[in-house]
Every structure is written in C-alpha cells, then in structure tokens.
Design a protein around this ligand. Structure first.
Ligand code: FES
Length: 176
C-alpha cells in the first residue's frame, strides 16, 4: 500500500516534470516560430522585389537641339525618370556636350573621377576641365591629366531628327 503511495507520488512528480518541460518547449518553440516569421518577411520581399526593380535602364533622354552644339563644351541639364523598387524619383543630371574636330558630338559626365566632386570647363582659362576640390585637370576629351586616376565618364549619345539624346553613362571611349 505504502509502496503504491510512493509510486503515485513519484508519478505525479514525473508528470509535473514533464509538464514543466513541455511548458519550456512550447515557450521556446513559440519564440522560434516568432523568429522564423521575422526572418521570412525580408525573404518574401527579397523574392518579390526583382519584379519591381529598375525600369529606367536603356531610356534615351531628349536634351538639346543638335544645332546648339559647339566645339566649345557647354553644360546641359536634364531630368531622368527613375523607378527603383517602390522609390520613384526625377533627379537632374548634367552633361558637358561638345563637338570634336570632325564635327562628332560627345557628352561627358561632370563627376570627377578622383572623389566625385563636380568639374567645370575652362574655369582656369586653360581649355581644360578642372575640379575645384583637389585640382584634377582633364582635357576636352576627358583625359585625366593630374590627380584623377581615370578619364571622365561619357554618356551614350545619339542624334535623331536634329535632337541630341543621351543614354546611360559608360566608361570614356575617346581616351586611349
Ligand atoms: S574630387 Fe575632383 S580632384 Fe578630388
């Protein structure tokens, strides 16, 4: 009888033990599931996002009438429509456009290849592009002369119906 009583007691202790373990495992399991849900949200976004990404690539922007171009570089500003995921913007860009000796038009990016300041044409009256930040100099074709490690980038350019259109920026093709 007394043995039976002991057994009962042990049994109920064991039951309590199990239920405590169960309680712990439910709690931990709950936390795990909660963390998993937290992780799956960014993953869903990651999976869906590529469908929404950049649609602006490959667009040509009408910038200026071709007969306005001169051999002397001139600064032109234009806006592009950009869609990046949910973010839509219309940033204003700048191009320095001129014609070479054969009359061919080309457009350079104003972003200095040293640390990204904005260059200007002939600011030191030496027929060169000059960067005000650390003194980089470039030729009219964008060739880097001092400070900057690379030539100025170039925009894709086409002329259609007497208008100049600019496309994406690419590495300079005019400088060897
Ligand atoms: S950023 Fe142009 S010279 Fe340094």
């Amino acid at each position: 009888m007394s043995n039976h009583g002991k057994h009962d007691k042990a049994n109920s202790t064991a039951k309590r033990g199990i239920s405590r373990r169960q309680f712990l495992s439910y709690t931990l399991g709950g936390a795990g599931a909660f963390m998993a849900a937290g992780m799956s949200l960014p993953m869903i976004r990651f999976a869906v996002d590529p469908i929404l990404q950049k649609k602006a690539a490959g667009t040509w922007i009408k910038v200026v009438e071709a007969n306005k171009l001169t051999n002397e570089p001139q600064e032109f500003k234009f806006k592009i429509h950009q869609v990046d995921g949910w973010y839509v913007s219309d940033p204003e860009l700048t191009a320095w456009i001129s014609k070479d000796d054969s009359g061919k038009a080309f457009a350079l990016s104003p972003v200095c290849k040293h640390l990204g300041c904005t260059i200007g044409w002939n600011t030191e009256k030496n027929n060169e592009y000059v960067c005000p930040c650390h003194g980089a100099h470039y030729t009219k074709d964008g060739k880097n002369l001092v400070v900057a490690p690379k030539p100025l980038d170039e925009y894709d350019l086409k002329i259609e119906n007497d208008w100049v259109y600019l496309g994406p920026v690419k590495a300079n093709t005019r400088v060897k």
